[in-house]
Design a protein around this ligand. Structure first.
Ligand code: NAD
Length: 247
């Protein structure tokens, strides 16, 4: 990992950063020089204390406009205008279509997809004024895989790619980019319920044959949130060890 402060002076919001992939993204953004607003349903105290003075924590529900207002207040009070938004929080219960109810469908859309829209409404105006901004939506490689019981989740994760593509068109003139990152199966609380055999079957279908750690997903997010990626927008980057290939 580089020691360069690629994100010095930037203010980043990372949702769902209390643990897992979100925590890994928040930690590395901070190590690269960013000030980080860590948002989660409960105060993400472990992540905030691991980062130190360049982090602030906020308990916020990303499916609720009030949650985004609270995130914006915390950012403003601690660091100022937000430059980077990483929408990582997710809801992912497994329900085959026969027992998938409408409330679960709506909650999945709300946490995974409404949050992307709400974050844009909250932060695009200030980004436009400053002529710089980065949105990264964490999608999933499951959009292209035969995963059972996840129709609602896959729909929401495809929606993230669609929203990033559309939003990219509306904000391009103001130096704002919008992209998605698609992790593969990764070692977090989310995948603990799966047995060793089931996980092995997944990573054995990857070119790089090992179970991903949260840190494996961080690199594409870092890249997309620097000036190096200023000419990339509306894209979907897959970080899954070469399991699902597009193009
Ligand atoms: N772990 C994997 O195998 C995998 C694979 C592909 C994609 N992803 C995606 O990566 C992202 C992170 O996954 P993870 O495995 O680290 O998940 P995780 O469940 O370990 O962490 C998600 C965090 O989001 C928070 N959260 C949930 N709902 C929220 C809400 N309404 N408001 C605020 N915070 C909320 C949770 O409290 C939790 O801390 C998700 O978008 C997930 O869909 C994960």
């Amino acid at each position: 990992m580089t020691e360069l402060l690629t994100h010095q002076g930037r203010v980043a919001v990372v949702t769902g950063s209390g643990r897992g992939i979100g925590a890994a993204i928040a930690l590395e953004l901070a190590r690269r020089g960013a000030s980080v607003v860590c948002a989660d349903l409960q105060q993400p105290s472990d992540t905030v204390s691991a980062i130190g003075a360049s982090a602030v924590g906020v308990d916020a529900d990303v499916s609720d406009p009030a949650g985004w207002a609270a995130i914006a207040r915390a950012a403003e009070a601690a660091f100022g205008d937000v430059d980077i938004v990483v929408n990582n929080a997710a809801y992912y219960p497994n329900h085959p279509i026969d027992d998938l109810d409408f409330d679960t469908w709506k909650k999945t859309m709300s946490v995974n997809l409404d949050a992307q829209f709400l974050s844009a409404k909250q932060f695009v105006p200030a980004m436009r004024r400053r002529k710089w901004g980065r949105f990264v939506g964490i999608s999933s490689n499951s959009i292209g895989l035969p995963v059972k019981g996840m129709s609602h989740y896959i729909a929401s994760k495809m929606g993230i790619i669609g929203f990033m593509r559309g939003l990219a068109n509306d904000v391009a003139d103001d130096g704002i980019t919008c992209n998605a990152v698609l992790p593969g199966l990764t070692h977090t609380v989310a995948t603990e319920a799966q047995g060793e055999e089931q996980r092995r079957a997944v990573w054995q279908a990857q070119a790089i044959q090992r179970f991903a750690e949260p840190e494996d997903i961080v690199g594409p997010v870092l890249f997309l949130t620097t000036d190096d990626a200023a000419f990339m927008t509306g894209q979907a980057l897959v970080a899954d060890g070469g399991q699902y290939r597009v193009g």
